[in-house]
Design a binder for this molecule. Sequence first.
Ligand code: PGA
Length: 254
Amino acid sequence: MSHSRPTVITGNWKMYKTIDEAVRFVKELAPLVQESTAQVYLAVPFTAIHATAEVAKSTKIVIGAQNMNDASEGAFTGEIAARMLKEAGAKFVILGHSERRKIFHETNSFINKKVKRALIEGLQPILCVGETKEEREQNKTAEVLESQISQSLADLSAEQLASLILAYEPVWAIGTDLAATPEMAQKEHEFCRSIVAKNWGSDFAEHLVIQYGGSVKPDNAKALLEQPDIDGLLVGGASLSVDSFSKIVNSQKI
Ligand code: PGA
């Protein structure tokens, strides 16, 4: 199958790195990935967005956030708005990560509101979907992926979703060192693309970048990227070190 999708590798730092550590990381990473054909995204903690976005300006690294609130502004103590992220220099935002869904009880309908807000404010959403171990064991993977995708992206047209990136992250593979095999991931990516095609048309689905996430390391990145429907990677633990993240970015798709 031939397609013209870019390869996008996103590092998700979660709640790691101070401003100082983050800036040093971006300075060290930049020259190592400058020649890569992949697009390089880093989702940093809120506090580090502004400083890293400044340093990243002259590089190919794109800085983004890991979460946001759905409201434009308001009395929501401790929350952060899309336009604040944008002003700080974020270009994208991860939404619906399984840690947000599980620990902070985020629902598909709440995530849908966040996706809408991100798009209104011009932030590129990376929407995460994925089944838990129990759901896979109960053969509910397809059902879960279908409802997460259709509900999190409800009421949005293909045109509105033009900048969207989808990330398939099986929950059982996150932070466990038990990555999905490339074949297993390919099967689910193909399924996600078919759901997207059914809801938003095959042309949109063919152009949609779908990242795989869950225990991506330098030694499995290439095999995952070689799969026809895997267009990028969402990397947690292995994005915290310049050495392993630069190796992953430089595992080229053939
Ligand atoms: P991991 O995390 O690479 O540490 O498994 C992936 C993620 O949570 O996005």
